[in-house]
Ligand binder design. Structure first.
Ligand code: PLP
Length: 452
């Protein structure tokens, strides 16, 4: 089929996630046809460096035959069976064991889901059930952060702090509230605060919220180690230690959403390890299977697991595809490849520091107010070269830069005027050089067009 035929069928029948339906109808889609390594190809012959690893998930890169073979073998062996009631199957069991071996020592149980959103829904039900079983049914409030993304189901959207999603979604799940995010460039810097004071202030805002709600009513605090979709927000060094201090003063569960930061993105198996956190629950997805098949889950710490098991009885919750055998087999093979190839250590000791060094050079560009990265996640804050301050929003500098990137053969994501990268973890030093060079060209062209 020709590109235009695909485009027309797409316009006629396909509602895309997170897309202005009308604008897409006018402009038409890019038809991505195949991919290898860190590059995707479209139907018009373009080869594009995918610096977003799809949606922050294709950690082992495209075209890994071992993952294809794991899926094929499992499809032949047992294409589907469920884990409901008292059944299970080898891929789910083996994956559960492998995950708990890689997770922090106090996390020894996992509940499988089909996605990160389902993982957060599951987590929310577990948290509230935990406190009910503990004889504290009033502990229902969950504190999340403004501008966070935790998924698109009703609970995921409610936990998320994205105002446009709340505005479109109708009533949210009750007893979820949000506190400020540790976004120094966007919120601390304009207020004239240094990053470390700002980080401590954000932790203080969490404590104030706990006190306002009453400790006896607060069930959990949920956050990502580095906030991904909100803008690759790497918190100031002071933030997590101060949050840990706050949480230690109150009996509140810590939920660390590892959907993006898990599986090597920050140079550890989990972002929690990088920040020395001891989560009670960790929603996971994405990099678990390198995005090859949909699978997620919630890793559960001993404290919560023991109560759910010993006092719980039946947990009326689960998905047809919880621990799907083919998805689980691919996830297991993915984890085995990551271990065999030392992918996590490579991010921590080699390509992560190399990206940090090369990415930092972009801070010299007049359009860049801040260039930050940690492991293989990074962001550029676009500013007006004339003033060094952020552009007025309606100018759409980020969207313009994103589109220019694509024309030059680079996928970067824009969140407002923040440009984000989260490339496959197999990226080489030479490919990092190419990425940084293309980003530099895109910045030049964006500046030229904005000045015109
Ligand atoms: N949590 C975080 C931190 C995410 O970034 C995402 C997706 O981007 C989700 C949850 C939802 O995952 P899914 O899209 O698999 O439902």
């Amino acid at each position: 089929m020709q590109t235009e035929t695909y485009r027309q069928l797409d316009r006629d029948h396909h509602l895309h996630p997170f897309t202005d339906f009308k604008a897409l109808g006018e402009e038409g889609s890019r038809i991505v046809t195949h991919a290898e390594g860190i590059y995707i190809h479209d139907s018009e012959g373009n080869r594009i460096l995918d610096a977003m690893a799809g949606l922050w998930c294709v950690n082992l890169g495209y075209g890994r035959q071992e993952l294809v073979e794991a899926a094929t073998a499992q499809l032949h062996e047992l294409p589907y069976y469920n884990n409901f009631f008292k059944s299970t199957h080898p891929p789910a069991v083996k994956l559960a064991e492998a995950l708990c071996r890689l997770a922090p020592a106090h996390m020894n149980r996992v509940f499988f889901t089909g996605s990160g959103s389902e993982a957060n829904d599951t987590m929310l039900r577990m948290v509230r059930r935990y406190w009910a079983l503990e004889g504290k049914p009033d502990k229902q409030w969950v504190i999340a952060r403004e501008n966070a993304y935790h998924g698109s189901t009703v609970a995921g959207m409610s936990l998320g702090g994205m105002a446009p999603m709340h505005a479109q979604g109708g009533p949210t799940v009750p007893r979820i509230t949000h506190v400020r995010q540790p976004y120094w460039f966007g919120e601390g810097r304009p207020a004239g605060q240094d990053p470390e004071t700002f980080g401590r202030d954000c932790a203080a805002a969490l404590e104030a919220k706990i006190q306002e709600l009453g400790e006896e009513n607060v069930a959990a605090f949920i956050a990502e180690p580095v906030q991904g979709a909100g803008g690759a927000i790497i918190p100031p060094e002071s933030y997590w230690p101060a949050v840990k201090e706050v949480l230690a003063r109150y009996d509140i569960l810590l939920v660390v959403d590892e959907v993006i930061c898990g599986f090597g993105r920050l140079g550890e198996w989990f972002g929690s390890v990088h920040y020395d956190l001891e989560p009670d629950l960790m929603p996971i997805a994405k990099g678990l299977s390198s995005g090859y098949l949909p699978i997620g889950g919630v890793l559960v710490g001993d404290r919560v697991a023991e109560t759910l098991i010993e006092r719980g009885g039946e947990f009326f919750h689960g998905f047809t595809y919880s621990g799907h055998p083919v998805c689980a087999a691919v996830a297991l093979q993915n984890l085995e490849l990551m271990q065999a190839e030392g992918i996590v250590e490579r991010v921590r000791d080699d390509v992560g520091p190399y990206l940090a060094e090369r990415w930092a050079t972009l801070a010299d560009h007049p359009m860049v107010g801040e260039a930050r990265s940690l492991g293989l996640i990074g962001a550029l804050e676009l500013v007006d070269p004339a003033t060094g301050e952020r552009f007025p929003k309606p100018l759409g500098a980020g969207t313009l830069c994103r589109d220019i990137c694509l024309d030059l053969g680079l996928v970067m994501r824009s969140v407002g005027d923040t440009m984000i990268i989260s490339p496959p973890l197999i990226i080489t030093r030479a490919e990092i050089d190419e990425l940084v060079s293309l980003a530099g060209e895109a910045l030049d062209e964006t500046a030229r067009r904005l000045a015109a």
